[in-house]
Design a protein around this ligand. Structure first.
Ligand code: DGJ
Length: 746
């Protein structure tokens, strides 16, 4: 295995360009340099405290006299001269369980989730990590820990974003013992909260077609586990958590600790409350079936676990996350381009199309103001159903007798750029690629191979598979003027075998596959810097901060029903920026649930994210084209606010709510857009008054409705104070009604 090379690639992904924050060691006698050639013996003898400040946050860690590394504070920024709590002295063996460890090895009486668990070749499984040295760096700090006896070194990396106070943490585990050992659990670290029995956990759960449903539950004694065992991020849980101080925390008030993992494979986050009401959150690789044999001299990096603190409720949490992702995570950070309005042909054509069909759709898409035309699945080899052709990446000669160029030229002549769907990690059994390389798939030798959507997963841990994918994508993108790839992945792992690896290295697939995937994507982006990519996985099966570092947008769900999307989008924005949240306007009745909605309702639902159109334009009436043209023109005016602004979830669509409303305010506060949705009116009750937030009280804003009219008596202009306190009355009636209004400072 090429651990170093792979880990080197991973390091490239960790683009944590963070500067300008204040950080210091309260006492650092004898501090040693990270990465000394010979591992020094643990030798702490004096207490030390290190402090990191950024945004409105202080994070502090301390070393006990014995050498244990503990969290001493994570919360609102403290005064520069405030005394920091001392680390807790740990005397008798099991007292260690009452102390907030930063990165616990499994050993020495530790009973909670460890960050690192190792089996050594002699059968020893005891690991006690003590402080060795630390190093202050321009962008953060590192702390080196070492087992009290063996040459197992762990370097903890800390990087805090100066603007938002979001801290990125990960660990490098190094084997200097001279013999291989087996890592059975490797986490990025532990987040420790102040002791309390009143915490409330929020998390995102779902399934295919029903992703990102926000759930709330008290943090109770024991463990709550959020995870994916699927090899990919998964639809079931987002690798994200938010923990509020208590159940009274709202969108606007109260302290919230939050975090997200940057990993696109199997992951796990555990929220644990111990018997002393100490709450800790541990996260990183999923220990389920984990087994990473680390050869002497090699290292393993854990994923980055980002964490932050918001003082003013969930709204501020989302603002911090969004600012951080736009400025630090996305490939084009710190200045990602505004997302173009795209058209995608999937729901219009399915697998049934040719060059002419696509060109006619492109004509119509261009006529309503679409900026990017994307051809979805079915353009290549023999792929006319989902049962064949996947893996053979050349244009279907019957459908595209002269290749893709004529269609792309046509799209360009209409003033749009061109995007293409690919699913590089997968292969149909009925394909030339599978016939030639049946051993390239993830499977166990001699065991049945489970198919899903008639396809297998190619093992991206294999360099030859990475090369195959890079070669065909390189050819496709260099021979055709392609601005955008929609990168799909429509199934999870099953039978996670890696037949080319030796038995003791097989389980490395959980890490090596994802590193292979990141390697292909980052190499592609390096070769084609202007190429943009969307992460899709049968809807929202691969959305996380790791993939968002390499892709410009994500597809939250295959469920395009505009009403269901309100709660999917609501959940999504708790963890991720609306900029990357693709949202298509599709047909009515919707294919997913048969629900009929007006075109205006569909547009307004989608205009809360990155707008796309996925309807069958061949069925549209002239009135539909006129509505769409007008809505897209409006969207282009407001997309800066929606994609870059500050989001306020004014009324939640969750839990069967009959109404919902969001507002996006431009960063400079000079404009805002308010969306309002009515599910079904009863007894002629009027739609409740909506109260915008985040406006400048003394500034005068004019109001302009989108998609309807405001009631007579609504002033054409009024102060921010008026709109925020008097509110806006949207005259919504009936079922699935929607309207929006733009407020613009005079
Ligand atoms: C699943 C995606 O989520 C859809 O949007 C579409 O691209 C299909 N795959 C195509 O097979």
């Amino acid at each position: 295995m090429r651990d170093e090379m792979k880990n080197g690639k991973m390091m490239n992904l960790r683009r944590l360009v963070l500067a300008g924050f204040c950080m210091g060691a309260a006492s650092a006698p004898g501090a040693q340099q990270v990465g000394a050639a010979v591992a020094p013996a643990p030798s702490a003898s004096a207490e030390q405290i290190f402090r990191i400040d950024g945004g409105d946050v202080t994070y502090a860690i301390g070393v006990t006299k014995e050498g244990a590394l503990q969290t001493v504070y994570w919360g609102a920024k403290l005064g520069g001269n405030d005394p920091l709590p001392r680390p807790q002295a740990v005397g008798r063996a099991f007292e260690i369980n009452d102390s907030p460890q930063e990165f616990a090895g499994w050993g020495g009486g530790w009973l909670s989730e460890p960050s690192l668990k190792i089996t050594f070749p002699d059968g020893n499984r005891d690991l006690v990590l003590h402080y060795v040295s630390h190093q202050m760096q321009a962008h953060g700090m590192t702390v080196v820990l070492k087992d009290i006896e063996r040459d197992v070194l762990v370097t903890l990396h800390y990087d805090m974003d100066p603007a938002t106070g979001i801290l990125g943490r990960w660990a490098t585990i190094e084997n200097r013992t001279g013999r291989p050992f087996l890592i059975e659990q490797a986490e990025s670290g532990e987040w420790n909260l102040p002791r309390s029995g009143a915490y409330v956990l929020r998390y995102l759960t779902g399934r295919w077609g029903g992703e990102d449903q926000l759930r709330t539950r008290p943090v109770v004694p024991g463990e709550t586990v959020l995870e994916s065992r699927r090899g990919l991020t998964g639809h079931e849980f987002a690798p994200w958590f938010a923990i509020a101080q208590n159940s009274r925390v709202t969108e606007r008030d109260g302290e919230v600790w939050f975090g997200a993992l940057a990993w696109s494979g199997s992951w796990r986050i555990t929220v644990e409350q111990d018997e002393m009401q100490q709450v800790k959150i541990t996260g990183g690789y999923n220990p389920f079936d984990f087994g990473y044999e680390l050869a002497p001299g090699k290292t393993l990096n854990t994923p980055v676990f980002y964490g932050g603190v918001a003082q003013h409720g969930y709204q501020e949490m989302s603002r911090l996350e969004s600012e951080f992702q736009l400025a630090r995570i996305l490939p084009q950070a710190p200045h990602p381009k505004l997302r173009p309005v795209l058209y995608n042909s999937w729901e219009a054509t399915g697998f049934n199309f040719d060059e002419t069909t696509q060109e006619r759709l492109a004509d119509k898409a261009a006529s309503i103001g679409v900026e990017r035309f994307v051809m979805d699945d079915g353009w290549f080899s023999t792929r006319t159903t989902d049962k064949e052709g996947l893996g053979d990446w050349y244009p279907n000669p019957q459908r595209f007798p002269h290749g893709l160029k004529p269609l792309i030229d046509h799209v360009h002549s209409l003033g749009m750029d061109f995007g293409l769907w690919v699913e590089p990690e997968m292969v149909n059994e009925n394909s030339d690629l599978y016939r030639k390389h049946p051993d390239w798939i993830v499977h166990f030798k001699g065991r049945p191979e489970t198919q899903a959507r008639s396809q297998f997963v190619l093992n991206l841990a294999l360099p030859e598979v990475q090369q195959y994918i890079l070669d065909f994508l390189d050819k496709l993108v260099s021979e055709n003027d392609i601005a955008f790839l929609k990168w799909d992945a429509n199934r999870n792992f099953s039978e996670p075998g890696w037949v080319q690896a030796s038995p003791d290295e097989q389980k490395k697939i959980w890490v090596a596959y994802v590193e292979g995937y990141y390697h292909v994507l980052s190499t592609l982006r390096q070769r084609f810097p202007r190429l943009e990519v969307e992460s899709c996985s049968g809807g929202g099966g691969r959305v996380d901060l790791g993939v968002m570092h390499l892709t410009d947008e994500v597809w939250p769900s295959d469920n395009t029903d505009p009403f269901d999307r309100l709660s999917i989008q609501d959940g999504f924005t708790y963890a991720y920026t609306p900029e990357v949240m693709m949202a298509w306007v599709t047909d009515s009745p919707n294919w997913y649930n048969g629900r009929a909605t007006s075109l205006t309702y569909r547009f307004l639902s989608s205009m809360q994210g990155s707008l796309g159109v996925g309807a069958n334009l061949n069925k549209w009436t002239p009135e539909d084209f006129a509505t769409a043209k007008q809505m897209i023109a409006v969207y282009k005016e407001i997309r800066g606010m929606v994609q870059r602004g500050v989001l306020y979830r004014l009324v939640s669509p969750r839990d069967g709510s009959n109404v919902s409303s969001t507002e996006s305010v431009a960063r400079d506060g000079k404009s805002a857009v308010v969306f309002a949705f009515l599910h079904s009116q009863q007894m002629q009750y009027p739609f409740p008054t909506i109260f915008p937030q985040g406006l400048a009280s003394d500034t005068v804003y004019s109001i302009q409705p989108i998609g309807g009219r405001l009631p007579s008596g609504t002033p054409e202009k009024a102060s921010g104070a008026y709109w925020m306190h008097h509110g806006i009355d949207f005259p919504l009636r009936g079922d699935f009604a929607a309207e929006a209004a733009v407020l613009t400072a005079e």
